[in-house]
Design a protein around this ligand. Structure first.
Ligand code: AMP
Length: 329
């Protein structure tokens, strides 16, 4: 029972006077919102406890949620409870010092496999739309005991909104909306939150137009685009900004899968962001050093040949899906 798992996690939080929260590399609204939200809840409820989020990985578009804690000596980790949120595998944990913690709790909503087994206490629900939904559920389950603030609720709500495509993905359930309602009741300023998350500079629309110009569509309806280092420079984009282009292709009728390939100068690789509707595509991500969710996953490739192979695999998968299913759009 998940109630049992949540009770174990709460008892561990109570037991430790020092708690360190961890998340995945290439952070996003969900892992940032979940760690920051849980930190605030713990700090408000147990002001005497030390709670840290130490993480150098950073996303400009989430700056409005505030910064991280300063690094601490290794000894500080040794007496702490580590809570890793929204991170399927150990190698994707952004701050690898999590290993120094005395005990590890894992809270996650990614698909499980052989590589995803870690932690002394785990609470994993693959069908949750976000890890933030799980933190909202955790708060709600113990709301007589736990304290929350509009700030904490805003962190959590930000993750719920971003990871569920503004509550559009099919992972969204009645529970998702009940958890969201619980957060909204705490007094979130949604005008300001959505302005931070979704307003764009006019200049960035030129990049959007470039993506529509350059993208290709395969025979079976896989839309894909490759964003070279040169294109990133041309539009004055950070790598992270360039990576947002995957969402530009999300509403094309008949294109059930859309993929962005983005040159990553730092790691000398090509980041792949794969998205789909109706048809799960995570097997493609897994084949190319990645993984994630059924309809939203990532991968890494190293050359144009692998780009073509990944596109061909996706096209075959979508072709097979279209031939054997009805009702897709
Ligand atoms: P992204 O395109 O990076 O936003 O990834 C979409 C989803 O897949 C997120 O939930 C990521 O955490 C997950 N994901 C991305 N890359 C990987 C990977 N290499 N291994 C496992 N999960 C991944």
């Amino acid at each position: 029972m998940n109630r049992d798992k949540m009770e174990v996690i709460l008892s561990k939080i109570k037991e430790y006077s020092r708690i360190m929260l961890f998340r995945h590399m290439r952070n996003d609204g969900d892992c940032v919102g979940a760690t920051k939200g849980l930190k605030e809840i713990i700090k408000l409820t147990y002001p005497e406890k030390e709670v840290y989020i130490i993480d150098e990985d950073h996303s400009d578009y989430l700056d409005f949620l505030g910064g991280e804690d300063e690094p601490v000596a290794d000894e500080v980790y040794a007496e702490a409870l580590g809570i890793v949120i929204d991170t399927a595998t150990e190698k994707r944990i952004s701050n690898q010092k999590y290993k120094l913690c005395k005990e590890i709790v894992k809270i996650d909503h990614h698909i499980e496999n052989d590589e995803t087994q870690y932690g002394d206490y785990t609470w994993v629900e693959e069908e949750r739309s976000s890890a933030c939904e799980m933190i909202a559920e955790f708060y709600t389950a113990f709301k007589d005991e736990l304290k929350i603030s509009p700030e904490a609720a805003t962190y959590i709500y930000a993750g719920m909104v971003t990871d569920s495509g503004r509550f559009r993905f099919r992972s969204v359930t009645g529970d998702t909306l009940r958890c969201a309602a619980e957060m909204l009741d705490c007094g979130i300023d949604t005008d300001t939150l959505f302005a931070h998350l979704y307003l764009t500079d006019f200049e960035s629309l030129k990049f959007k137009s470039y993506v529509y110009d350059k993208m290709k569509i395969t025979e079976n309806g896989v839309a894909y685009v490759y964003i070279s280092k040169k294109a990133q420079e041309k539009f004055g984009l950070t790598f992270e900004e360039a990576c947002t282009c995957v969402s530009f292709m999300d509403s094309i009728k008949g294109c059930l899968c859309w993929i962005a390939f983005i040159d990553d100068e730092e790691t000398k690789s090509i980041r792949v962001r794969i998205r789909s509707r109706f048809c799960p595509v995570n097997t493609v991500g897994e084949k190319y050093r990645g993984g994630g969710h059924d309809c939203a996953c990532g991968a890494t490739v190293y050359n144009k040949k692998e780009v073509s192979a990944l596109v061909a695999d996706s096209d075959a998968l979508i072709g097979e899906f279209k031939a054997t299913h009805e009702g897709w759009l």
